[in-house]
Structures are given as structure tokens and as C-alpha cells.
Design a protein around this ligand. Structure first.
Ligand SMILES: C[S@@+](CC[C@H](N)C(=O)[O-])C[C@H]1O[C@@H](n2cnc3c(N)ncnc32)[C@H](O)[C@@H]1O
Length: 246
């Protein structure tokens, strides 16, 4: 059994409906969000160069928000799409990524009129969404991908990180509901083959380290190379998964 527990009466679909104006600012103000963003960008671009050395033919960013990941991957693709349920988030994304086609829709409830893509990204979504929505989103991504296409996604709220485990042992009740095993489980249930996972922030299990100037330092960068050691990802607060539709 994985550590998946439900948060009742909360539909993540509507979490960012009016958040377009302040989302980027709130991420920029968080030293931890900035730390994750830099590493995610690095991992995503390296992975894409390896998978698509000549560029990605067709790419879609699922739950793209204000285009944080779209703006990194879009330029590596011949055709790119961003999809989000929130109009205000998409408004910001359009300003950042003029060559991407953005769609305001809930792909779990509407069928999109676009040809299958070669790559889907989905960031800062699965860690937040309720379990039913996670499964519905993976089913939607499955239909959007061509056979053989790749999904790069993350769980930035890993319930099995060292930090969460220590906090739980101290008696704290946590909001994190998805761990490494649970993520692999829902990916497999949806039909995906999990190819690899990469960790971010393994060594960050003391609150003081997360807050301190440490994170923006060269030392933080060096320490974080530990997160990439095979087998460590499951204990990291942020995990990037590479999966494939067979
Ligand atoms: C935390 S934001 C992440 C944005 C972006 N991917 C990033 O990494 O910065 C999560 C996004 O998921 C979107 N979302 C939630 N449910 C959705 C659904 N069913 N279909 C499309 N987007 C959805 C929200 O509107 C929000 O913009």
C-alpha cells in the first residue's frame, strides 16, 4: 500500500481560477520554489535533448498555468500547446510564449481537437490534485499522446521525503498525500511505463536549510547532486518522472 490519503471536499480543478496575476510572484518569493524550478528546468531540458536530439515535433504542457515549463520546452518543439482550466493563468502564459497555442479547457471533461503529441509535460499538478483527478488527468494525457510518446511530470510534494517522514514522526499532520510508490502505481494503472525518476532536494530535511541562503548557493548545487544518485529520488521532496506510452 502507498501513502495515498484523500483530502475530502476539495477539487483541485478550481484552485487557480483567479490566480494568474499572483502565481509567478508567489513562486519567485519562495526560495524553495526557485530552487526546484532551476533544477526541474535542467532535468527537463537534458532529458528532452536525449530523447529528441532534433527537437520535439509536437509538444503539450498539461496544466501549464502561467507557462513556467511551457516557456522552457516550447522553444525546443516545432509545434507547442499549453492547456489549463484557468483563463487568468493562460493569459500570463500567452504573454510569455507567443509561438505556443494555448487552450483553456478541462481535458478530463472535454475532448481536445488536436492531433496526438510526442511529448507531454505536467508540473506542480500531481502533488496537489486529489487522487481521482490524478487518475483522470493521466487518462486524458494518455489520449493526447501518440503511442511511443513521452510524459515528463513531477511530484513536488512527495509524502515519502525524508523531511515529511521526520515531521510525521514528530506527530505533525501533513498535507502531502502522494509518495514515490503511489506515483508509480497511478502511472502504471494508466498504462504508462515508468522509465526513470530524478530527485531534487534530498538533503533538505531541516526547515532552517530550506529557509536559509544555502539554497541559492554553489554549495546547495553541489549537495543536490546526491539527489540524482539512483534510488534516492523516492526520498526527495521533489521527484521528476519520465514515463512512456508503450
Ligand atoms: C500549481 S499550477 C502549475 C502550473 C505549471 N504547470 C507550473 O509548473 O508552474 C497547477 C495548474 O493546474 C491547473 N489545473 C487544475 N486542474 C486542471 C484540469 N482538470 N485541466 C487543466 N488544468 C488544470 C490549474 O488551473 C493550475 O494552473
Amino acid at each position: 500500500m502507498s501513502a495515498v490519503h484523500e483530502r475530502p471536499n476539495r477539487d483541485y480543478r478550481f484552485s487557480h481560477v483567479g490566480r494568474g496575476a499572483d502565481y509567478d510572484r508567489s513562486l519567485a518569493e519562495s526560495v524553495w520554489a526557485r530552487f526546484m524550478s532551476v533544477r526541474e528546468a535542467r532535468l527537463v531540458t537534458r532529458t528532452i535533448w536525449r530523447l529528441f536530439p532534433r527537437g520535439v515535433p509536437r509538444y503539450l504542457d498539461f496544466a501549464c498555468g502561467t507557462g513556467r515549463i511551457t516557456s522552457i520546452v516550447g522553444p525546443l518543439a516545432q509545434e507547442s500547446y499549453g492547456l489549463d482550466i484557468s483563463e487568468t493563468m493562460i493569459l500570463r502564459a500567452r504573454q510569455k510564449c507567443p509561438s505556443t497555442t494555448f487552450i483553456v479547457a478541462d481535458a478530463t471533461r472535454e475532448r481536445l481537437e488536436i492531433a496526438p503529441v510526442d511529448l507531454v509535460t505536467a508540473f506542480r499538478f500531481f502533488g496537489n490534485a486529489q487522487q481521482e483527478l490524478r487518475r483522470e488527468a493521466l487518462a486524458a494525457i494518455w489520449t493526447l499522446l501518440r503511442p511511443g510518446g513521452y510524459l515528463i511530470m513531477n511530484n513536488h510534494k512527495n509524502a515519502g521525503s525524508v523531511r515529511c517522514t521526520l515531521r510525521r514522526l514528530r506527530g505533525e499532520t501533513l498535507t502531502q498525500t502522494l509518495d514515490y510508490k503511489g506515483t508509480v502505481e497511478i502511472l502504471k494503472d494508466a498504462g504508462f511505463k515508468v522509465i526513470r525518476s530524478y530527485g531534487v532536494g534530498f538533503w533538505l530535511f531541516r526547515a532552517a536549510w530550506v529557509r536559509g541562503g544555502f539554497l541559492d548557493s554553489r554549495l546547495g548545487d553541489v549537495l543536490d547532486s546526491v539527489s540524482l544518485v539512483k534510488g534516492i529520488a523516492r526520498f526527495c521532496p521533489d521527484i521528476v518522472f519520465l514515463a512512456q506510452k508503450p
